[in-house]
Design a protein around this ligand. Structure first.
Ligand SMILES: Nc1ncnc2c1ncn2[C@@H]1O[C@H](COP(=O)(O)OP(=O)(O)OP(=O)(O)O)[C@@H](O)[C@H]1O
Ligand SMILES: [Mg+2]
Length: 290
């Protein structure tokens, strides 16, 4: 397990209320964990624990057991997590510091002391993958919200972290770009065994990629598991994507459907399968061949 938390609780300085309460959470290499929950339930706070922003930057009181990449964030400074944990903030402009897009991408790599060629190879790849090539000389502050978000994600990805924590990474992106970026993240989990923790309100966008869904309410994890099953149990909390509502109605209407994953592709496949079975049965009844 690359992440282990056991009975983890946290409160901000000067507050009596615990924002995280007795959180138990583990994650393995290759998982794409979708973290959802009502606004203010503690998702961003939870994210800040992964690289030690809590408690080092925010202060407050963190109790319980925690290990990320084999380290307890309370005992290691945040820079020691830079190589292992990539963190994209909810407001990406807060994590852009440099005078150009290219500098922004190269800085962390130079800090790691990587060879020139390797730095330039990774930067070029990121410029391509995140469609930033034309913006390479622009100042990050002059970019649009969506461009800044792409840059923030890219500058974390170039570091090739083992854990990616993305706090509402697609909030400023159009739906096509949002899906493309999450697909890139999913590819990293499959091909490189990266663990992704993604906070995302738009279920439609993130669900096709999630291998697991975690629901937080009022600082506690109230459900954790297979995304379709979690949604079925927690629809009063997390809502329900239209695609799944359609499936439920079709089942109510008498269609026998088994949906592997709550994505339009899988749903379409299972409808096609059910339709073919039905057609076949009808033909047999009529006594026609085939
Ligand atoms: N820096 C801070 N200092 C004190 N309290 C904070 C701080 N940041 C967040 N909180 C409080 O902690 C609680 C959880 O906030 P958090 O930002 O983690 O929620 P969230 O689930 O990410 O919400 P959203 O979906 O709106 O982003 C809230 O009550 C919030 O007011
Ligand atoms: Mg938040």
């Amino acid at each position: 397990m690359i992440v282990r938390m056991s009975r983890l609780s946290y409160r901000y300085p000067g507050s009596e209320d615990w924002v995280l309460k007795d959180v138990n959470f583990e994650a393995d290499a290759g998982e794409f964990v979708l973290l959802v929950g009502p606004s203010g339930c503690g998702k961003s706070t939870f994210a800040r624990v992964f690289n030690g922003l809590i408690p080092h930057f925010y202060g407050g009181e963190l109790v319980g057991e925690i290990e990320v990449c084999g380290m307890d964030p309370r005992e290691h400074p945040t820079y020691e997590f830079a190589e292992c944990v990539g963190f994209v903030f909810q407001n990406p402009e807060n994590q852009l510091f440099f005078t150009s897009v290219e500098r922004e991408l190269a800085f962390g790599l130079e800090n790691l002391g990587l060879p020139r060629e390797e730095i330039s190879r990774r930067v070029e790849q990121a410029l391509r993958e995140y469609q930033l090539a034309e913006l390479r000389d622009r100042s990050p502050y002059e970019l649009s919200g969506g461009q800044q978000q792409r840059l923030a994600i890219a500058s974390v990805m170039v570091m090739q972290p083992k854990i990616l924590v993305l706090d509402e990474p697609t909030a400023n992106l159009d739906p096509f770009t949002a899906v493309r970026i999450l697909a890139l993240v999913r590819r990293k989990t499959i091909e490189e065994g990266v663990t992704a923790i993604v906070i995302e309100h738009r279920l439609e966008v993130a669900l096709p990629f999630a291998t697991r869904m975690v629901v937080m309410v009022n600082g506690q994890i109230v459900d954790d598991g297979n995304p379709a099953e979690v949604i079925a149990r927690q629809k009063h909390v997390v809502g329900r994507p239209q695609a799944l509502e359609l499936v439920e109605r079709l089942i109510q209407a008498g269609l026998s459907l088994e949906v592997e994953k709550p994505s339009p592709e899988h749903i379409a496949l299972s409808i096609a399968r059910a339709y073919k079975v039905g057609e076949h049965a009808a033909r047999r009844k009529r006594g026609s061949p085939g």
